[in-house]
Structures are given as C-alpha cells and as structure tokens.
Design a protein around this ligand. Sequence first.
Ligand SMILES: [Zn+2]
Length: 485
Amino acid sequence: MKKILFIFFITVFAMKAHAQNFANDLYHAYGNYLERSILTRRFPPEDYIKLMEQFVQSGLLSKEKLGSSVSGRELNLYRWGKGETRIFLWSQMHGDESTASLALLDIFHFLADTHSFKQEKHLMHDAVSLYILPLVNPDGAEAFTRRNSIAIDLNRDALRLTTPEARILMETYLRLKPHYAFNLHDQQPRYSAGNSHKVAAISFLAPAPDQEKTITPNRLQAMKVISGMTEVLNKIIPGHTAKYDDTFEPRAFGDNFQKLGGATILIESGGWPGDPEKQFIRKLNFLIMLDAFYRISRGGVELYSTELYDSLPFNDTRLFDVIFRNCTYLADGQRFTVDVAINRNESVQPDGKLAGYSEVEEIGDLSVFYGSEEYDLTGYEIMTGSVPERQYSLSELTPEVVADLHRKGFHTVRTKAGKIGGNFSKFEVNLLLNSEREHPDRLLLNRNASFVVSKDSKPIYLVINGYLLYPLTGAGFVRNGTIIK
Ligand SMILES: [Zn+2]
C-alpha cells in the first residue's frame, strides 16, 4: 500500500513537472507563433475572419457557419482535434475585449507548426476537440464597444436570448455539451490583486451555478483547471493573479453554462504597466490556455486540488494608474500636503484611432492606495499653471514651438476653434478653444490631469494629460493633449 502511494506521488510529481516544462518551453518559444499582423487591441473583424480563413484553407481547422450578428457579420465555429473531450471556447462577446481573440490566433499558429512540440500536439489532437467561436460580438468589435450594435450587453442576454449573437452562443453550447467551457473576457486594467500594489494581470473564476454558490462536480473541475493555470502564472507573474467577483448573475452565460454542467472557466485579461495594447497579457493567455489543453489531454487536471484556486485574492480597487505623492499643493493662496491620483483613460476618436484622456481621480491622503506608476514629489510644489495670453494657430504649433512652451511651463495654449472635432489634440499640448474661458486655478476631480511641478517657484516638470515630462531635456512622453472647450 505504501509503495503504491509512493509510486502515485512520484507519478504526480513527474506529471506536474512535465506540465511545468511545457509551459516554460512555450513561454520562450512564443515569438515563433505570434500573429504579427495584429498587434493592437482594436482591429477590423473582417481582418480577423480572413486570418481564420487561412487556417481553414490550410486544413488546420474546420469551419461551420453559425449565423450572423444584428448587423449581418458572420459568426463561425472552428474545430481542431479529434479527441473525445470537448473544449468550447468563445471570445469577445464584449466587443472591446479582444486580448484572448488575438491569443487564439497565436495558438493556431502554434498548432499549425509541424516542427515543434510534436509529441504534445499529437497527444492533444488525439485527446481533445477544441471548438472555437471567436468574436461572438463582431459588431461591437468593429465599433470597439462592449455592447452589440443595438446596445445590448450579450452577457445579460443568456436567459431571454433576444439577440442573434446570444442565441447562437447558447445553441452552440447546448449542441456541443462541452466538458470544458472557456469564457474569454477583458476586465478593466487597474484592478489590484487583493489589497496589494500588484495589478491583476489575469483574473479567473469558476462561476457559481446558483445564488448559494454550490460547488458542483463540474465547478470543482473548473477550479482544478484554474489551479493548474495559477501554478503557471505564479512562476511568471507572482502576485498578479486574482479571482473575479463570484456573485451569481442569472443572466450571464458563464453562470448558466456552469449550471448546465460544463466545467466553466472565466479568464479575464487585466492590465500590465507599460502595455496599453496588452501584448504581454496576450502572451499569458496563449500560455495558460495551451497549458490547460495539455493538462486536460494528459488527464492531469485530477492531480490538482482547489488549493491554488482558493488562494487567489479577489479583484480589489486599490490601484490608480499614477500617484504623485507628498506634493505641496498651491491653491487659493494656501499650501496643502497632498497625494494626487490620476487614471489614464482612452476612447475612440472620430478617425477611429484610440486617444488618451487622463483625469484627476483623487486628491488627499492616498497612503492606503497604490499607483502602477508612483512619483515622490517631496519638496516640489504643484499648481494648475497658467496659459499664455496669445492665441496660437494650429500650424504654428511645430514640435520646436511646443518644446519651447513646455520649457516655459505651459501645458495648455489658447487656439481658434477652427475645424477641430472631437476631444483630442494631436499636439503634446492641450488646446483651450474658448478664449473667454478661464483656465482653472485648482485641480478638479474627474477633470483633465495637467499641472505644473515646480521647485522654489521654478517649473521643473509638467504633467500633460496624465503624463510626466521633463522639459529641460525633453525626457518623458505625452501620449496626446486634450481639447478644453
Ligand atoms: Zn467581458
């Protein structure tokens, strides 16, 4: 009995070690499989479909047309593998949550490559069948919005099924009756992993099948799969993995699929400092999904307890994008000691490109919060600064003129309204359109984050639309200015 137990433990150890090696090797080989034609979160869904078509043409994947979205864009189901264990994956039911969609392309490149990881691919091909429904919400992907083209959140339509996209997703699940169901999303990029300064790069959940959060056999299985993926991430990004809110949502797909019996796994792609296009998170998606398929193929899921799943902290909101600490704030002729927190948001411009707008989120004692970026401004004064009296025409704002304005301590200039649309300035300076309008003399919450950082009343740094610049040398980076109307 003891000997059998011993052999069992040795086997468990060997199998776990083998899985770890696979993840480690994948991590280093990832560059070979990256789909390089899309490196941004926003892309036309047609481009994606074309890339998928290449995998179909090459014989890697088979394709089944499932139907169309409200605006007539196609939804397809792709299949790889001939195994009995059915794994269903769907992505981007929220149109602006594309990280996993891109990771899936990388996964198909990996599976298509005939020279590497032959043994592992062979094993997976025989053991599992992957069914993939990418871009569940292609109209939302086109507009880069969460909701579909009639502003319905598909993930609140799993009961009523009034939208064609939700109907297709539900019908496909019911027809496949998958053993495993991967629900692929992006969460807001500044959740912290519990009460920590670490951003939640990936958050998992084995969604609850009911209000009581019952741990059914399939939910337990999902927790084990997540424990395996957590083990992989703990080696690469320790402390940056969290658990998503587990409140039961009766109208959501993950909760319903868990209730219907498939081991349902939610993967939420979060943020990573300095990675606005989430290319590192994309790589992590590639890694954990392939690793999970491999584990499932080897029967390795059973080796895991739920310990690592249980150890995951919940998403928390302890994190701002930037915190400037210990500033002496000059306002109303008085001096205050404050920390200032800024979040860098973005939205779609009229030309379809993404631009940044940063807002002051908090002022005061922020000692219980963390910044993804932090600056200690002890000994520095901050003030909103002034705006030159004269009006600049846009053609005057050459890089040299803008750099000179920066050196003089200006982050905003007056300009004639002209034909400027939208809310963004392509210049590294904000544009004040209404010459009547006074520049605010104090920081306002939820307003543009631009101010001057001085020492002994001499401007040293500028914060322009949330980005720190050192005008003397030009060091630093401004994503874009804003238009103040
Ligand atoms: Zn989502």
